[in-house]
Design a binder for this molecule. Sequence first.
Ligand SMILES: [Zn+2]
Length: 305
Amino acid sequence: MTLRYPATDVSAAMCFGVNSLDRMSERRDDTALIHSLRRDGAAKALLFAGDLLVMHTGGGALFSRADAESLGADWESATFLGVGDEGPLFGATIPESELIDTKTLRNVAIDKDLPLGLMGPAAQASALLRWHRTHQFCGRCGNRTTLGQAGYKRDCPSCGAQHFPRTDPVVIMVAIDGERCLLGRRAGMPFYSSLAGFMEPGETIEAAVRREIWEEAGIRTGRVLYYASQPWPFPTNLMIGCFAEATSFEIDPRDLELEDVRWFDRAELPEMIKGGNPPFAIPGEYSIAHQLIKAYAAHGAPILG
Ligand SMILES: [Zn+2]
């Protein structure tokens, strides 16, 4: 049994990965164009109050300009997300209030409140709007920054610095030894999951995968295979999903990040994927962790080398 390199774009089918907007990134400096898109009668916005997505009372999360402004959105500074089949889409922040319905994106994903095609734009908006909230001032000189490129840049009029939205890469991986794989559980979590950790500056994806598995499990790994990626808006991560071939087998964690880490037989996984008997379960299907474990359970060790 072998996990063949996916013929389709697995990432593009994942929750938060489905995003068919034309971002028009090469035209964001065209202020006349952005101005006309803001005035398009079909334009809609996803609204956030802090990190929470604003929902209509009856369901849905797309707001017209009039509705967004009535809730306190500044339409002229709304971040341009792109143009979809139904028109231009923006992201905007509104003041927090007890009068509005809000929900974390994680719970929206778990409860499947929105069509999958809106989860990617929602992740995009969440990350961008959070960046605006936390980068009001220049990191070089401390003066107030101004909005540029329809929300994809902040300029410092004082020192001329240009600031761009950040994405933080995280490696998330399943170490494999033939018919068994390595999963870990954080304290208090009702499931076992793939190991994960932030990439560090100056590090390759492969080196980060090997380092994190070593730190969290004391297992050495050799070859690494990239599988898929997922925007992960908690708050601004890109999960880079990989498989790694174990070359040592005795578990001996170097840090205390996980409460337990152990080998699971591939035959145990289908029951865990179904929900199992917590904590012998895995994360929800909206997560790349779920998709990695499911792919290994279905196809076995990947072709490496
Ligand atoms: Zn500055």
